[in-house]
Design a protein around this ligand. Sequence first.
Ligand SMILES: Nc1ncnc2c1ncn2[C@@H]1O[C@H](COP(=O)(O)OP(=O)(O)OP(=O)(O)O)[C@@H](O)[C@H]1O
Length: 366
Amino acid sequence: MNLEFSAQVAARGFDVSLSIAQGETVAVLGPNGAGKSTFLTVLAGLLRPDSGRAVLGDRVLFELGAGGRGRWLPPHERGVSMLAQDALLFPHLSALENVAFGPQSRGVSRAEARSRATAWLERVGVSELATRGPAQLSGGQAQRVAVARALASDPELLLLDEPLAALDVSAAPAVRRMLRDVLADRTALIVTHDILDAFTLADRVVVLEAGRVVDLGPTRDVLDRPRTPFAAGLAALNLLTGTVAAPGVVRADSPVAPGEAALLLRARFVDDLTAGDRAAVCIRPSAVTVSVTPTTDAAPTGPGDPERTVLPVTITDLEPRGDLVRVRAGDVAADAPPGRVADLDLAPGVRVWFGVTAADAVAYRL
Ligand SMILES: Nc1ncnc2c1ncn2[C@@H]1O[C@H](COP(=O)(O)OP(=O)(O)OP(=O)(O)O)[C@@H](O)[C@H]1O
């Protein structure tokens, strides 16, 4: 079912509007306290907003005017299922009985509820565990049963609150694959801190900050072309913002580090931008070279090269990352091989030049 949602919760600074198409999965991203859980609990009917309106298909979930008066459907009448971080299965019921519970409490016969439960357990890959109690299931198995339970009541909207966060790293990938299978063509919202979940499971992402939508779009657009520091951080990309000064040139809003001059960034424009337009410039850390003078091999033609930007920066932090070292200077980072870091004697406080070609600095509308 498609969803039209708008709600305000003043005490939490929450004011979000969003539409979701039938069959679409949207990932909800945002820093701690951004309002992600508030969003899900309002939809599930566990928190009543001050005002707003939500319609799922042709069912009005709530319609509340100023003062909170209006229509309000209780959770069990919404056609909405919620899957939490922990499986939260009934401890005294078997896996099969846990899954059959929902349909049965909605009036489906015991035999039919058990047959639906059997089919769902098979779909999530744990049919052989039907008679086990929750205490005899691993974290990944229990979460599979919880997915079956959430879906057995045939919800029109599925809410998932960090469904993989409590699983260990060896169990998460298989459960993620299973979720990708069951979420296809299902209207769902998934709160996650994991960029892999967003890429694997979601058609679109919405980024919340301080209770407001700050970015919304297809997953790849938002994470490959981030517009907020939060999305750039998740995608591990450098993001600089500024104003277009000339074709292929963006004047950065602020220096890359305190005390440095404002920068003219030479960039590859992927949107139609003209002078005065606001622009974001996104750079992969692996495309940034580091040198200790502006004219060494890392920046062969120096700062005057029209195809290259050279940023004078002071290193703030070095962090090993796999077989590279992330060299940070304020908000900008470069990935360099450990040998180069040692050869150049890089350390916090050392002034260096970061170099990036215009081809590797992608500019788009902000
Ligand atoms: N039960 C509550 N009563 C009052 N305020 C709350 C309550 N729960 C959360 N808040 C506040 O509402 C705002 C949004 O919180 P919410 O839990 O929705 O954020 P979140 O994005 O889910 O964060 P996290 O990633 O930490 O789970 C925060 O300012 C938070 O302090």
